[in-house]
Design a protein around this ligand. Structure first.
Ligand code: 5GP
Length: 202
């Protein structure tokens, strides 16, 4: 059986990647999602175990010690990390899995698993990024400023990714992500069984 594919998705805060992912999972519910372990406080509307597992700094540091994370990073004063086992289990079962991480996390995964396919979600413009970040209304000026700086630092590293998805129009961007996923499924090494099946009958 073919192993599943790891898809890495990154995008700066304000790129609209959360909305894209919601729409993507509506269209492709078979894709697995890697639930990150994080130490930041839960935001209004977030639910434990959906996108994140909210854990303490001590619990996170224990996971680092026990090598239970595929990658991790500290972002605006909090830890964010990808638990290793669920990812390994899903790809062994032949399932495709989507991992949402920042640029540092993406680089760590690519180094360990170069076959992972990475996509960077790009906001259509700087002005739009600024508008989306200040429009949330859930965070302080100081935090918005830090997020903006961090977003710009991430955009500077977008060329490290395999694909750039511009999120100007949600439906188009979701279709673009699905096209990338579909083309990976059609790669020769994923289709070996078909070649063998056809040749067997010759
Ligand atoms: P937020 O606090 O807005 O939910 O996420 C902040 C940043 O952390 C985003 O850029 C997001 O992509 C990133 N992030 C989410 N989960 C992980 C993870 O498991 N590892 C890393 N390295 N970054 C993550």
């Amino acid at each position: 059986m073919n192993k599943g594919v790891i898809f890495i998705i990154s995008g700066p805060s304000g790129s609209g990647k959360d909305t894209l992912m919601v729409e993507l999972f509506k269209k492709c519910p078979e894709i697995k999602f890697s639930i990150s372990s994080i130490t930041r406080a839960m935001r209004v509307g977030e639910v434990e175990g959906v996108k994140y597992n909210f854990i303490s700094k001590e619990q996170f540091e224990q996971m680092i010690k026990e090598d239970k994370l595929l990658e991790y990073n500290s972002y605006v004063g909090n830890y964010y990390g990808t638990p290793r086992k669920p990812v390994e289990d899903e790809i062994e079962k032949g399932n495709n899995i989507l991992i949402e991480v920042d640029v540092n996390g993406a680089a760590q995964i690519k180094e360990k698993m170069p076959e992972a396919v990475s996509m960077f979600i790009m906001p259509p413009s700087f002005e739009e990024l600024e508008r989306r970040l200040s429009g949330r209304g859930t965070e302080s000026e100081e935090l918005i400023r830090k997020r903006m700086q961090s977003s710009l630092d991430e955009i500077k590293r977008a060329s490290e990714y395999d694909y750039i998805i511009v999120n100007d129009d949600i439906a188009t961007a979701v279709d673009d992500i699905i096209s990338v996923m579909r083309s990976c499924q059609l790669r020769q090494e994923k289709q070996k069984h078909i070649i063998e099946e056809v040749l067997e009958k010759c």
